[in-house]
Design a protein around this ligand. Structure first.
Ligand code: PRX
Length: 656
């Protein structure tokens, strides 16, 4: 099953209406209601968001100005004071939700924990005090490198509580990648665990932190706080490393939330781009809080009785916005699961749904494609009748996978919300509102109210219905990234100048290709830059190339994505060797492992092909288009006459 092509989705005509019962009970229950909201928001986005901010969030002090837009720099709710940890915790404590489950956690080996809002608040306050005792002050950055345990969410909320921006680094990243990110953020403290459980194995984390910090490589880090999860033997550096449970035991549970400015930085999250090292995407407090709050509430049609489960890792934006902040700000019950489907337990997701009566299930197309392969008998043998909404995110979903998800997991009755968004956007941008917008398999449907999305050409002109173009946003929104950490210029260049501003109108360039159909539905086609998506994980081809050339045997490397039935794309690397190295299978294995060491297992090349030379233009630029064709076994498309050396392609084709 391959990724959707323009041709395949142009032929997709199926449409699914929400049932009348679903719509009747929904927060936004008809297409007219959505359109009315959309119209109102588009007329005056600032007024629309201000009204919701007033209704939906707690403010220590109200803002003076809703939006200050000095393109491409936006400030929302200027002069306001709030705290997202307060909005996620404290304000629920004076309501019946005090004793409602905030987090339900299922560990991989079968252990589990439930934390009510009161319990979660208590632990967050204790850890916030621990951080303060370790010298973390408002504005200091804290690195979080954790498995999927409740302490990851507690750590994030504790940082937010005292105004220390967190930077969560996915636990699958290597020590090298961790070091880069900690250095860039100049983290003062790192929160980690001895390890975690993944695919029936104990994986270690603390040793990677030790390695990242070795030789004083990140001098800003003063302390490391370690959660005991696996009880594996680890080294604790005296004076630097502290056990979470020991310090928590002695910490007060009284820690009032810091009054944060709306625009105080909430977190940095690193993500891959076309060039250079990963960028630190900066999100700030109030706008992010409001936007993740509203998108959670309307897109998942939140009901107070729901058990909601997002299968992402907290190390990605999906985990930030839709495991932690969006759901908890709404007082929802958010489920966290440490495991992933694996051959020894292919039904584990369905067991979790059955065990907890999950109502809203949010996962990625790559997982759905893996389930299809495993056969529908597995989910069919579980009780999935509690489900009422399904969600998908991370990459385009092919209509066949959508149909399978709808039929087998949703029993034909659950609306599917295909949510298009990015680390940079903070929250859902294009998504169905499930009681209002009829869905079409493979389409993320319509923009969220307040989001002026469009498909344009390189001059910024809207293209016609069903014509391909670039996905852009024409007006700032509350949870948009504010900058690339420490690099305003890179922010401006990457997102706002790709399509040159016209008459002072700036367009946010998402990096995705898309088309809009005759009903105004968006069909996202995937990246138009050198970013690839492997199992929904976003990787920059440049990053992998840099990792490869840092190996002494490698002279040059070019990485492309090769379409893959399960993962969406797979890393395919063309490599030329330094003179005295010979191609061999052992060297391929070594190079693959080298990439794992430099970045992490998610970037491991599926295939490496040795080449004598890479196809280049006369000016020396690698022609990736040809390499993509070669990697996917297609004939090389387009004009090869600009190539410097015509024999290169033939050799590559024959290469091993
Ligand atoms: O290409 C789009 C794809 O994922 C990219 C963003 O990746 P990341 O920042 O890691 O965030 C992933 C989770 C929000 C986008 O530029 N993408 C995300 N959601 C969809 C999607 N492509 C198609 N359909 C989606 N629903």
């Amino acid at each position: 099953m391959s990724q959707p092509t323009i041709e395949s989705i142009l032929q997709e005509k199926r449409q699914f209406e929400p049932s009348p019962e679903f719509s009747q009970a929904a927060r936004i229950g008809s297409l007219e209601a959505y359109e009315e909201l959309y119209r109102k928001a588009a007329q005056d986005p600032a007024a629309f968001w201000a009204e919701l901010a007033e209704q939906e969030l707690y403010w220590f002090k109200k803002w003076d100005q809703v939006l200050d837009w000095q393109p491409p720099f936006a400030k929302w709710f200027v002069g306001g004071k709030t705290n997202i940890s307060y909005n996620c915790l404290d304000r629920h404590l004076t309501t019946w939700r005090r004793n409602k489950a905030a987090l339900i956690w299922e560990g991989e080996p079968g252990d589990s924990r439930t934390l009510t809002y009161a319990q979660l608040h208590r632990e967050v306050c204790q850890i916030a005090n621990v951080l303060k005792d370790l010298g973390v002050k408002k504005g200091d950055r804290v690195g979080i490198y954790m498995p999927m345990v409740p302490e990851a969410a507690i750590a994030m909320l504790a940082c937010a509580r005292i105004g220390a921006p967190h930077t969560v680094i996915f636990g699958g990243f290597s020590a090298e990648a961790l070091k880069d990110r900690l250095q860039d953020a100049e983290a003062k403290l790192v929160i980690t665990a001895d390890g975690g459980f993944r695919k029936d194995k104990v994986v270690s984390l603390k040793p990677a932190v030790d390695q990242a910090l070795a030789d004083n490589a990140v001098p800003s880090v003063e302390n490391v706080l370690v959660v005991q999860r696996t009880k594996a033997a680890i080294e604790m550096v005296s004076g630097r490393d502290h056990w979470w449970h020991e310090l928590q035991a002695g910490a007060s549970a009284d820690c009032p939330a810091e009054e944060m400015d709306s625009e105080d930085m909430l977190f940095i999250l690193y993500t891959s781009g076309t060039t250079g090292k990963p960028k630190g995407v900066v999100h700030t407090t109030a706008g992010y809080n409001l936007y993740t709050h509203m998108t959670y509430q309307w897109t998942f049609d939140a009901k107070d009785t729901d058990v909601y489960w997002c299968t992402a890792d907290v190390g990605w934006i999906t985990g930030h916005s839709y495991i932690v902040y969006g759901p908890l700000s709404n007082g929802a019950t958010s489920l966290m699961y440490e495991g992933v489907p694996r051959p020894s337990n292919p039904g584990c997701f369905w067991d979790v749904i059955e065990k907890y009566g999950v109502n809203i299930f949010y996962t990625a197309p790559t997982a759905i494609r893996a389930f299809i392969k495993m056969g529908e008998e597995i989910p069919n043998s579980r009780d999935l009748s509690s489900l009422r909404i399904l969600g998908t995110v991370g990459e385009p979903i092919n209509p066949e996978a959508w149909m399978w998800y709808h039929r087998v997991i949703g029993g034909g009755r659950c609306p599917i919300v295909d949510t298009w968004w990015q680390t940079e956007t903070g929250g859902f941008m294009i998504t169905p509102l499930p009681g209002a917008i009829p869905t079409k398999p493979g389409s993320a449907t319509k923009p969220f109210p307040g989001i002026l999305a469009d498909v344009v050409d390189l001059e910024g002109n809207s293209v016609g219905a069903n014509e391909g173009g670039y996905l852009v946003v024409r007006h700032p929104w509350p949870s948009m990234m504010r900058t690339v950490y420490g690099n305003d210029e890179r922010y401006r260049r990457t997102y706002w100048e790709h399509i040159p501003p016209q008459n002072g109108q700036y367009l946010y360039f998402a990096g995705d290709g898309a088309r809009k159909d005759e009903d105004g539905y968006f069909w996202v086609m995937g990246r138009v830059d050198d970013v690839i998506s492997v199992s929904g994980h976003r990787l920059g081809t440049m990053e992998i190339e840099s990792a490869l050339v840092s190996h002494p045997a490698v002279a040059e490397a070019a990485v492309v994505g090769r379409p893959d039935d399960l993962k969406g794309e797979e890393v395919f690397a063309f490599v030329t060797l330094e003179g005295h190295f010979e191609p061999s299978d052992d060297l391929k294995t070594e190079l693959k492992q080298h990439v794992v060491n430099e970045i992490g297992a998610i970037a491991r090349p599926g295939e490496i092909r040795f080449a004598e030379a890479l196809p280049k233009t006369r000016s020396g630029k690698i022609i990736r288009r040809f390499l993509r064709n070669l990697a996917s076994g297609e004939s090389v498309a387009g004009d090869a006459s600009t190539m410097e050396d015509q024999s290169v392609l033939e050799k590559l084709r024959q290469g091993s």
